[in-house]
Design a protein around this ligand. Structure first.
Ligand code: PEP
Ligand code: MG
Length: 809
């Protein structure tokens, strides 16, 4: 009997350290899997937990240990994600304390106990500590007048926005993990006491900057609980000062988020109000069960939104969803709802009343920031209410330009492109999930436009250009006409581009440029073929390796690569070897926690550390290369020695397959590391092509993490510093290896023109962007583009590069 253990924690470092401690006392072969942290930050991810459970459970089941509040929700959601009901039944979520529970669970499981016993032992893990310490007699400060066993102390609120939802959420999460009861009150306003575990009640205390707050703790370990709260307050609730001080919108906006021109009346996201039916209530037990089901459903939706936001935008932005999750669990809100049900109301009526009261309490505080938090309470209140009454999700209905503070991924996915001409968001980020969905759906969008856009009345004309980030509210007739012309030109361009999609892209002065597509699956390759792509310039083979407990074998990989090749009808496909690593860890390739995963063991570095994995992948690629033209591409290369080692692995794969070197096989590297760009000449004798990954090259050149909205304004591939790196590669390549670009920049018309001017001869873009990119190339005069690129290299920034753009464009 070997029960596996899964550790779910918001912190990767914490989980790794706890596992290391437990391993000291457990047999070496005990399976302990970790699902912790998000993209180098704090958070939990249901998909990662489900994967970890799949690895930990080898048939005898798994026991899952979790840290703070929402980790439990993520783990519950993970169980829902397991397809096999038997596998689900074999998993026990254990309420044990993480460190003590893990050590006891590891020892018990290592001794061969079954999962029930492992979970029970772990759950009792605190007994020894409690017995040893006894219940400490609380020290009561003389200044306080607490009840028996209560300790009281206080702190001054230092946060610029006061004790608002996010710090209140942190306080609630902290005290919910503590024994006994913790209450707080605002002594400056003379408020009553509020349970510190209640997010809404704490926020309603209106504890603003400079206010005095009194904290009372009672029950077991009251002094420790009080100290923990004071410690949190002393740390400023772990809020980052600049974020607090700044408006909660990204600086440097507006940002172009999805190309296209739109002009239309302003529309706001209209969610049909949920009406509570007048139906008589069922018996209280049924109503309570309905409430629990609705809370669980809302919890799952919010957890999914949080995980998606954490992945696509960042853990800090995902924090708002943690606050929403805590509201679902708010003891006061739940007590008020249950009281309503006990008094004969339906769950929907009781919940609607209780949540509206909580929102009204916040709105009535008289502080603008706290009043805005009432909107959060109403949003969560509505979400639960919809689940209770079976109403559809907030639908975005608009004939015109949708203007909103932000969109959830669900809302972006739900809007109808036939009616929503464009989207302008006051907040948001170009790399947010919502923006990615808008791009995928072809809806022009500008994000980070600032709060002013929300103020203009509905129906006001709004013009936007999603390629440049321009937004004009209530444009003058001349400006509106210019946008209309631009939109018409663009529609004509799109039509024209699509009608010539399969023809080659040749510049006005006769320079042929290959336009390829980037594919993350065989379906993408089919879309690429339909869009007229000359080749697949990048196959992100990660699609085969993620979200599974073990790597695919050679046969499975061969079949997948053949599927991509078949979809392309025999045109060349560029297979990139696995590009995962620190920021995208695979459960079956453990990587020690890294402080800077983007600078860590990723891409070719990870492959070098797992030669068997690389060997399998190259074997599958070589097999396919005997039948269709294949380019093998190595990612994240920074040293020539890495390329030598990779080529040796490729030679060994050719030997293994035993049919000689495939005729059309080409070998190249991605240039994503500035050092590789600057010493490209050293690679020239060993490659057939270079493919510049501007997404990573830009982040490394400007030290601006991709996907971090706080530095999105800096991470501009048109920065002359990045263009100089591209130039260095083109010069080193000369008439030798072909230089391609497969980063997002290749789809930007201005960037494409400059790249062609610098000497790039292949552009690989998203399948949908292929026809437009071909058309861009046809409109370019390569000699003029070269002059323009020359000037761009000496410009002082990306704005100057753009400003020097062709006035006709
Ligand atoms: C790039 O870095 O530009 C690139 C194409 O690779 P990926 O986006 O997959 O990291
Ligand atoms: Mg890359």
């Amino acid at each position: 009997m070997t029960v596996g253990i899964v550790v779910v924690s918001h912190s990767r470092a914490l989980a790794d350290a706890a596992v290391a401690l437990a391993r000291e006392m457990a047999p070496a072969d005990l399976r302990i899997e970790v699902a912790a942290g998000l993209d180098g930050g704090f958070g939990t991810d249901a998909t990662a937990i489900a994967t970890a459970v799949g690895v930990a459970d080898t048939g005898d089941g798994a026991v899952v240990l979790m840290d703070l509040g929402s980790a439990v929700l993520s783990a519950e959601l993970a169980l829902d994600l397991l397809d096999d009901p038997d596998a689900r039944d074999r998993v026990l979520l254990c309420p044990a304390p993480l460190v003590e529970g893990l050590v006891v669970a590891a020892v018990t499981a290592g001794g061969g106990a079954g999962r029930e016993e492992v979970a029970a032992e772990a759950a009792a893990a605190l007994t020894a500590k409690q017995e040893q310490l006894g219940t400490p007699a609380p020290a009561v400060p003389a200044s306080a007048a607490p009840g028996a066993g209560e300790v009281v102390d206080g702190f001054t609120v230092t946060l610029p926005h006061g004790l608002h939802a996010r710090p209140a959420a942190k306080l609630a999460a902290l005290v919910r993990g503590l024994p006994g009861e913790v209450r707080i009150r605002n002594t400056t306003t003379g408020s009553g006491w509020a349970p510190a575990a209640s997010l809404t009640r704490v926020a309603a205390l209106a504890a603003l900057q400079g206010h005095q707050v009194e904290v009372s703790a009672s029950g077991d370990d009251a002094r420790a609980a009080l100290d923990a709260v004071l410690d949190l307050a002393g740390r400023g609730f772990d809020e980052e000062a600049p974020t607090e001080a700044a408006a909660p919108l990204p600086s440097g906006g507006p940002f172009p988020a999805s190309p296209g021109v739109a002009l239309g009346p302003k529309r706001t996201a209209a969610a049909a109000a949920v009406t509570v039916p007048d139906d008589p209530a069922a018996d209280p037990e049924t109503e309570r069960a309905d409430l629990d089901r609705a809370l669980a459903a809302a919890g799952r939706e919010i957890t999914m939104a949080r995980d998606a936001t954490a992945r696509e935008v960042g853990p800090a932005e995902a924090g708002v969803f943690d606050a929403h999750l805590l509201m679902l669990d708010d003891p006061d809100l739940l007590a008020a709802t249950r009281a309503g049900i006990a008094a004969g109301a339906s769950a929907a009526r009781a919940w609607a009343d209780a949540s509206e009261r909580a929102a009204a309490d916040l709105a009535g505080v008289g502080d603008a920031y706290l009043a805005a938090r009432a909107a959060d309470v109403r949003a969560v209140g509505d979400q639960v209410l919809r689940a209770l009454v079976g109403a559809p999700d907030a639908a975005v209905v608009a004939d015109g330009v949708l203007v909103a503070a932000d969109l959830t991924p669900a809302q972006a996915a739900a809007l109808d492109p036939a009616r929503v001409l464009g989207v302008v968001l006051a907040g948001g980020s170009p790399t947010a999930h919502a923006a990615i969905l808008l791009r995928a759906r072809g809806v022009p969008a500008v994000v980070g436009a600032g709060r002013d856009v929300l103020e203009v009345p509905d129906g006001t004309p709004v013009a936007l250009d999603g390629a440049t980030g321009e937004v004009v509210l209530d444009p003058e007739p001349g400006v509106a006409a210019a946008f209309r012309d631009r939109a018409a030109e663009q529609a004509e361009r799109d039509r024209e581009a699509r009608s010539h999609a399969t023809a080659p892209a040749v510049t006005r002065d006769g320079v042929a440029v290959l336009v390829g597509a980037n594919a993350g699956s065989p379906a993408d390759a089919a879309a690429a073929a339909a869009a007229g792509a000359d080749l697949v310039g990048l196959v992100r083979t990660e699609f085969l390796f993620l979200d599974r407990p073990a790597a695919p074998d050679v046969d499975e990989q061969e079949a997948a690569y053949r599927a991509v090749a078949e979809a392309m009808g025999g045109k060349r496909i560029t297979l990139r070897t696995l590009d995962v690593g620190g920021d995208k860890p695979l459960p079956y390739l453990p990587v020690a926690g890294e402080a800077n995963p983007f600078l860590g063991l990723r891409g070719i570095r990870l492959a070098a550390a797992h030669p068997g994995l690389l060997a399998d992948q190259l074997t599958a690629m070589v097999r396919v290369a005997h039948d269709v033209p294949v380019s093998v591409m190595f990612p994240m290369v920074s040293a020539v020695e890495e390329l030598h080692a990779a080529r040796q692995a490729l030679d060994a794969a050719i030997e293994r397959v035993g049919r000689g070197t495939p005729e059309g096989l080409q070998v190249g590297i991605m240039v994503e590391v500035p050092a590789a760009a600057l010493k490209a000449a050293a690679f020239v004798p060993h490659v057939d092509f270079f493919s510049i990954g501007t997404n990573d090259l830009t982040q490394y050149a400007l030290a601006a993490e991709r996907g971090n909205p706080a530095v999105a304004g800096l991470a501009d591939p048109l920065d002359p510093g990045v263009l100089r790196l591209v130039d260095a590669v083109c010069r080193a390549a000369g008439d030798g290896p072909l230089v391609a670009v497969c980063g997002e920049a290749a789809a930007d018309p201005l960037a494409a023109e400059l790249l062609v001017g610098l000497g790039v001869r292949e552009l690989s873009v998203a399948p949908a962007a292929v026809p437009g990119t071909k058309q861009t190339v046809r409109d370019v005069d390569a000699a003029a583009a070269a002059d323009r690129a020359e000037r761009a290299l000496t410009a002082d920034g990306p704005a100057a590069v753009r400003a020097a753009g062709d006035p006709d464009r």
